[in-house]
Design a protein around this ligand. Sequence first.
Ligand code: 5GP
Length: 193
Amino acid sequence: MKLLEDAIIEKGTILPGDVLKVNAFLNEKVDPELVEKMADEWYKLFKDTKVDKVATIESSGIALALLVALKFKCELVVAKKGDSTNNDYFTASVFSNTKDKDFTISVQKGFIREDENILIIDDFLANGSACEALISIIKYAKANVVGIGVAIEKEFQDGGKKLREHGYRVESLAIIQKMEYNNHVIVFKHKEG
Ligand code: 5GP
């Protein structure tokens, strides 16, 4: 998606360790017009899919996922970060590459129901750990993952490849093929056709 690629080039910052900082337009300061256009794009891509709920992980996925839920006229479920000490929650572990540590995400039981069709929306797809954890929770709830919408996929990390090999439909609005911290270079991959 050209608008998102332009924002990444103009407002994104490459940090050491293959991290792209997008706090100027996607999370700490959010460009609502851009986010709405992104939601329109995901809606176009998934409009023929039955979506009962959208799910994301707090906090950076929320702004994106909320607008997608609005397009699909459904509710948004937000997985909380941090351990939940009671049995009312499904939990799963995420390894954060950017922070180099594990953390837990949890969703209250009953917020995702058996047989519901869930569209996952998140800001980044890197090694896939966050998505895999959310998928586990959706499976514990006996619901279906009908698609994964990602704002920025870092293709040089293998999360997208793994998820697609497992049969999930992953739609990324910007795919970064290569990112060089020292040279300030970002190379995007474009779909053929
Ligand atoms: P994964 O679990 O796929 O390795 O990483 C996905 C999660 O880590 C995303 O939800 C996002 O919060 C964070 N993340 C991964 N890579 C980046 C990055 O380059 N920039 C930012 N801002 N977050 C990232």
